[in-house]
Design a protein around this ligand. Structure first.
Ligand code: URA
Length: 436
């Protein structure tokens, strides 16, 4: 029987399970232009409401991956491993763990994304380093990877082009927050990287994409099973995004904090999550006999400065100014800073992550729409974290600003975002659960 896009949309609309051939037909057609945007939007909305079975999600992922190139990195003499985060606020672990893992002898071919809405993106952070190129061709990417052990680029037109198109369409048709679509989208890119192993950092809490714990957990389980179904070693860590990670939010500010962390002077939460994710990468890739041994290796790469040197190497290899690792004053800096002070004594009981990310976006650290321009220098530096003691009049945070246009709106959001009460909330571990 001849397949038609309209029948496939109708079947999904009515709750049927689509076959592999139907999904492949639809996605190939979308990539080639034979299936127009309006039909893809209709299917995305049908999936949003009807969901997909594990078999359908696997087929969707594989079909999107196969519309592009699947890297073959088997010529590199070592395991290939990456980490992917579902996105958060102040989440700069990629800048720390990729060099740490590479310093421990694995290859890290990292293809990252940009920030959108309240979340930040690795590419935007890297581009705040003067000269750093995230748009490498696949052959340049291979060259950097071979010479330094890691490469940090954006999704090229050759990688999962159907996902690239569909993601942009979902963004404007309110179909982003769909578990099957998120899982297939993320994994279609990651499985094209030619990896042996993948660690997923699935965020939970107020700053996460899917805010309900059970939804994040189901997303993690789905992505782990897609990856395993494709013969890869995959584990997911569910980690807290209830307050920003570390103390900085904003591109250049986050690069400074990452460099400080690689010098052993980072905030505890950021350092410990970066080390734990590195350890999982090493252990899944088989570069360590056990997770405990991998933790030791990761700590040693940090202590010895090997991770920092790797970061410096990759910055140079990708056209950036490697001197930023010695002198962070070379990174863009905002024209002025404004402090937000506590209006009461007590303990910080919450720093609402989504609101902080939103304030950062208003300052210019993030995008409101896909083509908004980022200001690399602006952002927020937290002086206090949840549980800290505060005295009235003490600074809670500092805003780094270039354009005062939306400063008042950002400050109003930030004032609401930080809650002060009589008692510190119970401490919760950053890693809530591991699916391995
Ligand atoms: N990141 C992706 O790559 N795709 C999604 O759908 C959501 C987050």
């Amino acid at each position: 029987m001849t397949l038609r896009a309209v029948d496939i949309i109708q079947r999904k609309r009515d709750g049927a399970e689509l076959g592999v051939d139907e999904i492949r037909f639809f996605i190939d057609g979308y990539a080639s232009g034979a299936v127009p945007d309006y039909q893809a939007a209709a299917l995305a909305m049908a999936v949003f409401f009807r969901g997909m079975t594990a078999a359908e999600i696997g087929a969707l992922c594989e079909s999107m991956m196969r519309t592009g190139e699947v890297l073959d990195l088997s010529d590199l003499p070592g395991p290939k491993v990456d980490k992917h985060s579902t996105g958060g606020v102040g989440d700069k672990t990629s800048l720390i763990l990729a060099p740490l893992a590479a310093a421990c002898g694995v290859y890290v071919p990292m293809i990252s994304g940009r920030g959108l809405g309240h979340t930040g993106g690795t590419l935007d952070k890297l581009e705040s380093i003067p000269g750093f190129q995230v748009r490498l061709s696949l052959s340049e990417f291979r060259r950097v990877l071979r010479s330094t052990g890691l490469g940090l680029i954006g999704q090229t037109p050759e990688i999962a082009p159907a996902d690239r198109k569909l993601y942009a369409l979902r963004d404007v048709t309110s179909t982003v927050e769909s578990l099957p679509l998120i899982a297939a989208s993320i994994m279609s890119k990651k499985m094209a990287e030619g990896l042996d192993a993948l660690v997923l950092d699935v965020k939970v809490g107020d700053g996460a994409f899917l805010t309900k714990y059970e939804d994040s957990k189901a997303l993690a389980q789905t992505m782990v099973s897609i990856g395993r179904g494709m013969g890869k070693k995959v584990a997911a860590l569910l980690t807290g995004m209830d307050q920003p990670l570390g103390r900085t939010v904003g591109n250049a500010l986050e690069v400074v904090e990452s460099i400080e962390t690689l010098k052993g002077r980072g905030p505890r939460d950021l350092e410990s999550l970066s080390l734990e994710l590195t350890a999982w990468m090493l252990s899944l890739a088989g570069a360590s006999p056990s997770l405990e041994a991998a933790r030791g290796q990761a700590r040693e790469a940090l202590r010895s400065g090997a991770g920092l040197r790797k970061l410096q190497e990759v910055i140079e290899a990708q056209g950036g100014d490697p001197r930023v690792c010695d002198d962070t004053g070379l990174l863009p800096r905002a024209r002025e800073t404004v402090e937000l002070r506590a209006d009461a004594d007590g303990r910080v009981t919450a720093i609402r992550c989504r609101a902080v990310g939103h304030a950062g976006m208003l300052l210019g650290a993030g995008r409101e729409t896909l083509d908004s321009r980022i200001d690399p220098a602006v952002g927020i530096v937290l002086s206090k974290k949840v549980g800290d003691l505060v005295v009235q009049g003490e600074p809670l945070l500092t805003v780094h600003v270039d354009d005062r246009g939306r400063l008042d709106d950002a400050l109003a959001i930030l004032r609401e975002a930080v809650a002060i009460g009589p008692e510190a909330p119970p401490a919760v571990p950053l890693v809530r659960e591991v699916i391995a």
